[in-house]
Ligand binder design. Structure first.
Ligand code: HEC
Length: 119
């Protein structure tokens, strides 16, 4: 397939679609939650919380986040595709299986919506 056959927007859509599925194992049982918790306690909790609730204004909540999304973002930091002062220091030191374990752990934290503004 020649890129010249595609309009730029079609290329962007194809790239996004292949990124979403590239190298992702079965998201339902990819990682080990127990190992992920251990890693999170050692390497992540000071910013993201062991409960996945942010401890820093710059850091996002991770509790209950979609697992394939967590894997994709950590891989992006790991590979330098996504950059951030803090995560770009941490993610390169994580192996693929550690990334899967961490994603499994943070995704497994149950979150409940108590109130939606305006309702
Ligand atoms: C020193 C603080 C710090 C530590 C430690 C840290 N992070 Fe982060 N993390 C951040 C910040 C800040 C961001 C937001 C990055 C940005 O703005 O792009 C972030 C972003 C992320 C994201 C992207 C979330 C999203 O919504 O896109 C994931 C996933 C993540 N971190 C996972 C981890 C994991 C897993 C660990 C432990 C191995 C970890 N982080 C350790 C500060 C930290």
């Amino acid at each position: 397939m020649k890129p010249s056959n595609f309009k730029p927007c079609a290329i962007a859509v194809l790239a996004a679609a292949s990124l979403a599925t590239a190298g992702l194992p079965d998201p339902a049982h990819a990682g080990d939650v127990g190992k992920g918790r251990h890693l999170a306690a050692a390497k992540c909790q000071m910013c993201h919380g062991l409960d996945g609730v942010s401890k820093l204004p710059q850091a996002p909540n991770l509790a209950g986040q979609v697992e394939p999304y967590l894997i994709e973002q950590m891989k992006a930091f790991h590979d330098g595709i996504r950059k951030n002062e803090m995560m770009s220091q941490i993610a390169p030191g994580l192996s693929d299986s550690e990334i899967q374990d961490l994603a499994a752990y943070y995704a497994a934290i149950e979150v409940t919506i108590a109130k939606i503004p305006g309702e």
